[in-house]
Design a protein around this ligand. Structure first.
Ligand code: PLP
Length: 764
């Protein structure tokens, strides 16, 4: 399968190339050269990921099939509950909002980054990708999650100050990934989108970026890698309705889609071309009804004011994906002419048989009334975007339509409350609570966790400042990030360690300052590890300077030196141009550190069993349940490693050895299964903790505090002085309770909740 440009059908490139490019150099969008067929009657019983694999394989023919399945499974694991839930009310609601950010854009944006990373890697592209995306709210967060700490891909999201809901803003501004930046830009969505499009067409900026080996790409729905994943749920939902005996196989089904950029509904058109029995595709707009006008009159006219509605993700005047439909209904030549008209005059006309489509729009009043009506009549809660679709279905007098439900009502709690006749307050979290109390509809997990999240991104700019921000963001040096580690995990003395979500990050640049480099080599572990790596490969080290941003406290049993060693080695690999082979890195790191317990999890992430025998490292990475999180109790004093070693006995009673063997075996399994009771007993140790705890002042008081709280178990991290507490992952209360109790101690303690890091060291 090849992909052509809507503005040049002689251009033929592969799927991987199309995904990497995003948009064609001629300004066109990539489209498949033909529509493959997919017979739903023979594929009724597939799981979502199986169906996604089958459908996408028809287009992504240059992807390795097993690899593609792996990427799909990995991507859709991020969904809560069912991937697509079909709610059979008077109409059928395809709930597409059970992904990480509670909007349907997760379907494409959890997968696109994985497709892109695979495409780049397999094509041997080493340049950095800078994803630049304007968002009306949902795309931004879904993209930020999808691209979370993806190697060699950075993401810059711009959202307009007007029109984005408070929840959407908080979702974006609290994103903690190291490869991201979120900026608010004065104006509305069209302002933001226009400004971003200008950057994409700005040759000077592109040249500037090229010097930095960076090229721009987009997460907006112009990328074919975003469109294709959306075809799948049309097929899947149809099969679901057949399996639930709501329709018979072969019956024609109409779909109504709340539309903005025309991406979601275009995927439905693709499904129809592939053979899905589709009756009508219904294009539902809000007050920004450019598409309704176009499909009824044949004239597309973007010369109008953008109206701020309560369905902000559809507040769009230029629907980018319409270009693809026009191409499929005409030719590249026609597309070029129409798009020229649109650019020059803001309008174009296109006459065509669109009888397979219906269109309509809903005003704000329609939208509110429909939310209320569906809730009152059917006890079913829908968000404003879904309500636009339902209102159009009702206006057109249709029934038994499949309505694409694109967002959770909790994303727009104040608008939904208002529609239900309640008075929303200024605090959106209060509104969420009220909406829950009124309806008892489950709050999506990630929205529930949003309250109190730290706001990380605070930049606000004017339109004409975007270019500077892009260059500034791209101008950062190469960066490496390495997680903290907690070794000697309970009874796993010298063998078991886990990587946790606290990071040392460095930015580095090659320098000409030989003297400064030599000086740093004398006293700094990162530089020493860097040089040692060159020595290992018998190469001469190039002078370098590191700028370290250290979050891991030093000499507290959290692997700060391991992190620095790994960092230095990885920098050396990058400077030498070697592939980042983590096993090679582990060898060198173990040689420097003397043992693998900390460096192994720092490199690979997750929980690692490692054994050093005859200078060779043997290791296994084990799965770890999402049911646990760690809380580090970090004192303001260090324990000397020497002293911590000296207190250990030379010999142990047999009973102690047996005790530890049984506990460590149980620990390995309990960490995987998530069984709290087994974990509790399994974290005990008789090899080092009883001796080392004596070195910690006020240990009895600390143990008392732990006992009184809801901590599952605790252990001494590394050789101390940090004590690691293991809690249930959803326990957000204990931290506060423990913090208050710690005040009775004379030493001061820092308390940090740490997720488990599953990825290990990575390059940004
Ligand atoms: C993006 C979005 C839409 C519109 O989808 P398009 O593919 O742009 O037509 C509708 N509803 C919600 C909730 C969205 O986030």
């Amino acid at each position: 399968m090849k992909f052509l440009s809507t503005r040049d059908s002689l251009l033929r490139i592969s799927a991987r190339e199309a995904i990497v490019k995003g948009i064609s150099d001629d300004g066109g969008l990539f489209v498949p050269e033909y529509f493959p067929t997919f017979d739903i009657s023979e594929n009724l019983n597939l799981t979502y990921t199986e169906m996604a694999h089958k459908v996408l394989s028809l287009y992504l023919t240059d992807f390795d099939s097993d690899e593609l399945l792996y990427l799909i499974e990995k991507s859709y694991q991020t969904f809560e509950d069912e991937i697509v839930k079909v709610a059979c009310q008077k109409d059928y609601y395809l709930e597409l909002y059970h992904g990480r950010t509670s909007a349907f854009k997760d379907f494409a944006l959890c997968l696109l980054p994985n497709l892109l990373a695979y495409a780049k890697k397999s094509l041997g592209i080493k340049d950095k990708t800078l994803i630049l995306t304007a968002t009306s709210g949902d795309t931004g967060k879904a993209a930020l999650e999808g691209f979370y700490n993806t190697e060699a891909i950075d993401i810059l999201v711009l959202y307009p100050t007007e029109g984005v809901s408070d929840i959407q803003k908080t979702q974006m501004d609290s994103t903690a990934s190291l490869n991201s930046k979120v900026i608010a830009i004065d104006g509305n969505f069209d302002d933001a989108q226009t400004a971003v499009k200008k950057i994409f067409n700005d040759e000077a900026i592109k040249k500037e970026l090229k010097k930095k080996n960076t090229y721009l790409s987009s997460a907006n729905s112009i990328n074919i890698g975003r469109l294709l994943p959306q075809i799948v749920y049309y097929f899947y939902s149809y099969a679901n309705l057949v399996n639930n005996k709501k329709i018979s196989v072969g019956d024609k089904l109409s779909f109504c889609v709340p539309t903005g950029n025309f991406g979601d509904i275009l995927a439905g058109f693709y499904a129809k071309q592939m053979g899905l029995p589709v009756d009508k595709l219904i294009i539902a707009s809000n007050d920004n009804n450019v598409l309704t006008d176009f499909f009824t009159t044949g004239t597309y006219d973007a010369n109008r004011e953008l109206i701020k509605t309560i369905s902000p993700s559809m507040d769009i005047l230029v629907s980018s994906n319409l270009e693809r439909l026009i191409y499929h209904k005409s030719s590249a030549e026609v597309v070029r002419a129409k798009m020229r008209d649109l650019k020059e005059k803001g309008t174009f006309t296109f006459a065509c048989d669109f009888s397979e489509f219906l269109s309509g729009y809903a005003t704000k009043e329609d939208t509110e009334q429909t939310i209320k009506k569906v809730y009152q009549d059917e006890g079913y809660l829908i968000d404003p975007h879904t309500s636009v679709a339902k209102a159009v279905v009702d206006k057109l007098g249709l029934s038994k339509v499949a309505i694409l439900s694109t967002a959770s009502p909790y994303k727009f709690a104040s608008s939904v409350l208002k529609a239900l006749g309640e008075n929303p307050v200024a605090d959106e979290f209060e509104n969420i609570k009220t909406l829950y109390e009124k309806t008892r509809v489950k709050i999506p997990r990630e929205i529930g966790k949003l309250k109190g999240k730290k706001i990380i991104h605070k930049t606000k700019i004017k339109k004409d400042e975007i270019a500077d921000e892009v260059l500034k963001f791209a101008g950062r040096g190469k960066r490496i990030s390495v997680p903290a580690t907690s070794a000697n995990l309970g009874p796993g003395f010298d063998a078991l360690g886990v990587a946790v979500g606290l990071y040392n990050t460095c930015e580095f640049k090659l320098t000409n300052d030989d003297e400064g480099f030599r000086q740093n080599l004398k006293e700094n572990l990162i530089y020493q590890a860097y040089k040692k790596t060159f020595d290992t490969y018998k190469e001469t080290p190039k002078p370098i300077s590191f700028d370290l941003d250290a979050d891991i406290p030093i000499s507290r049993g959290l692997g700060s030196s391991a992190a620095c060693i790994v960092m230095g080695i990885m920098a050396a690999f990058l400077v030498m141009g070697r592939d980042i082979d983590k096993k090679e890195i582990l060898k060198i790191a173990t040689a420097i550190e003397g043992h693998p317990d900390n460096v192994a999890p720092a490199i690979f992430g997750g929980t690692i069993v490692s054994i050093l025998e005859d200078e060779e490292v043997f290791l296994e990475k084990m799965g770890i349940s999402d049911k646990f999180k760690f809380l580090a109790l970090i004192p303001d004093f260090k324990l000397s490693t020497k002293e911590a070693r000296e207190v250990l006995p030379e010999f142990y009673p047999k009973a102690d050895a047996v005790f530890n063997i049984s506990r460590v075996a149980m620990l390995v399994l309990a960490l995987q299964s998530g069984d709290e009771n087994n974990l509790k007993i399994a974290l005990q140790d008789k090899i080092h903790q009883p001796y080392r705890y004596k070195l910690i002042p006020e240990i009895e008081k600390i143990e008392q505090i732990i006992k009184e709280s809801d901590v599952l178990a605790s252990y001494l991290s590394g050789a101390g002085s940090t004590i690691m507490l293991v809690l249930k992952a959803d326990d957000d209360i204990s931290e506060k309770a423990i913090r208050e109790k710690l005040e009775i101690l004379s030493n001061s303690y820092q308390l940090k909740a740490l997720a488990i890091d599953k990825k290990g060291a990575f390059i940004i």
